[in-house]
Design a binder for this molecule. Structure first.
Ligand SMILES: [Cu+2]
Length: 193
């Protein structure tokens, strides 16, 4: 019975991690805590509403700032930090009605953080993942709010002119998609708080 459960877990992890080249070493933590939440669902209000995305935002900003500075190595280590932070999230702290949405966003954010972490030396690739990661963090802010005032900035040029957003702790524009090449390219779209 235990073997069957383990192979199901292994199979589902395999499905989650096949996308975009590198296979990952995602640990089982999340699956385990997820199961715990499901089994507790019957025992009513176990969830505390004290979840904060602040540690995720802090790691995201460090990563973003590394790319502003054209520092692929610092971006990689910040990506690894962010992945660790996401893996540490206690699912029981997240209100039940936001649980599924959180999981969807966090899965995507983990994949982006992991790829940024694994791609020192390929700053263009890291920046592609930053575009998607910034959407994830923006979605988390919509869902949970932010204790820190942030600015949603937009770069109109990135991704062949399709544009991309990023989040910043400063009003001043410092573009993480182009770094020193075009540091002031972009516009602040709105203030988040
Ligand atoms: Cu990738």
């Amino acid at each position: 019975m235990k073997n069957i459960t383990l192979s199901i877990v292994a199979a589902s992890l395999a499905i989650v991690t096949v996308s975009c080249s590198q296979s990952s070493n995602k640990n089982n933590e999340q699956t385990v805590s997820d199961t715990t939440v499901v089994s507790e669902a019957g025992s009513s209000t176990q969830t505390k509403a004290n979840f904060s995305i602040a540690p995720i935002v802090t790691d995201y900003l460090a990563l973003k700032n590394a790319l502003v500075s054209d520092d692929d190595k610092a971006a990689a280590s910040a990506g690894k930090e962010l992945l660790a932070t996401l893996n540490k999230v206690d699912m029981k702290a997240i209100p039940a009605d936001k649980h599924k949405e959180y999981m969807d966003i966090a899965d995507d954010a983990k994949e982006n953080a992991e790829h940024i972490g694994d791609n020192a030396g390929k700053i263009d690739h890291q920046r592609e993942h930053l575009a998607s990661l910034s959407e994830d963090v923006n979605d988390l802010i919509k869902l949970f709010g932010t204790s820190q005032t942030l600015y949603q900035d937009h770069c109109p040029m990135f991704n062949d002119g399709k544009g991309a957003i990023w989040l910043s702790e400063n009003k001043e524009i410092k573009n993480p998609y182009y770094g020193s090449k075009m540091i002031s390219c972009g516009k602040m779209q709105r203030e988040l708080k």
